[in-house]
Design a protein around this ligand. Structure first.
Ligand SMILES: NC(=O)c1ccc[n+]([C@@H]2O[C@H](COP(=O)([O-])OP(=O)(O)OC[C@H]3O[C@@H](n4cnc5c(N)ncnc54)[C@H](O)[C@@H]3O)[C@@H](O)[C@H]2O)c1
Length: 258
């Protein structure tokens, strides 16, 4: 039997995070959305409400511990408990050869992609331990498994997030708290289309050629849809995955197999 429960989703205002919020709501979870942008969160909130679930939006900047503490405190006082924590928010960081990356760009990428999940886990874990239950899902990337040239800060944070996932899973398993990572491949949507457009422009090739190249990295010759990621997160938050922890699950249409 599934628990009636609350999920806190970072970066739930748009993209993959929005799909995660909608999917968790459709499976009966109340949702707390922690993101920077109020308008985007309002759009996601409407999707959650249309599934008949309670929703709370809280403007949050994951770079700041006091901001993370505020959203967790509000979630606990409004909804009573947090059973699921989905660390989805992330930034792409700079695109440049390593020697062209500034300290500020490096620190910004680490602050959002790696220190953010540390702050949320550190803040939510005491209540999860007290209730003796928790499911944490970190959205990493296939770039957490293999290099992505000109993106050292991003790759380093995603590889680090997998290390964090495994270590935390080993640390908190005895409290029935599972910690897993999901590693998306290229997800179709506005963000990846912009990347393809920029690549087409900078290489003098057509958008279609660039896109076909990306698709051909998959044995299925396709990109991933954001709903694929949302379904996997929902599975990891369900009792079907009770004995899965410390895993990094690729959802990449077969682009990466390890
Ligand atoms: N889109 C892809 O192809 C892809 C592939 C692999 C992994 N991922 C990962 O999936 C996650 C979601 O990606 P997306 O494509 O939906 O990205 P997106 O840029 O569309 O959404 C990211 C969300 O995070 C929020 N966010 C950013 N910085 C924040 C901060 N400091 N505090 C609070 N919220 C913040 C943004 O406001 C936004 O709503 C990211 O961790 C990303 O690295 C994406």
């Amino acid at each position: 039997m599934e628990r009636d429960s609350t999920a806190l989703v970072t970066g739930g205002g748009r993209g993959i995070g929005q799909a995660i919020c909608a999917e968790l709501a459709s499976r009966g979870h109340d949702v707390v959305i922690a993101d920077l942008d109020e308008d985007e969160m309002a759009e996601t909130a409407a999707l959650v409400e249309s599934e008949g679930q309670r929703v709370l939006t809280h403007q949050t900047n994951l770079k700041h511990l006091d901001s993370v503490e505020a959203v967790v405190e509000t979630a606990l006082s409004e909804f009573g408990s947090i059973e699921h924590l989905v660390n989805n928010a992330g930034i792409a960081g700079p695109t440049s050869a390593c020697e062209g990356i500034s300290s500020e760009e490096w620190d910004e990428t680490v602050a959002v992609n790696l220190r953010g999940p540390f702050y949320t886990c550190r803040t939510v874990l005491p209540s999860m331990k007290e209730q003796g239950y928790g499911r944490i899902v970190n959205i990493a990337s296939v770039t957490g498994k293999r290099p992505l040239t000109k993106r050292t800060p991003y790759a380093t944070t995603k590889m680090g997030l997998i290390g964090f996932t495994r270590t935390l899973a080993a640390e908190v398993g005895e409290h029935d708290i599972n910690v897993n990572a999901v590693c998306p491949g290229s997800v179709d949507g506005p963000r990846i289309r912009r990347v393809f457009e920029e690549k087409a422009e900078s290489t003098g090739r057509s958008y279609e050629e660039v896109r076909r190249d990306a698709e051909s990295e998959s044995p299925r010759q396709e990109l991933v849809q954001r709903e694929d990621i949302a379904n996997t997160v929902a599975f990891l938050c369900s009792s079907d995955a009770d004995r899965m922890t410390g895993q990094d699950v690729n959802v990449s249409a077969g682009k990466v197999m390890y």
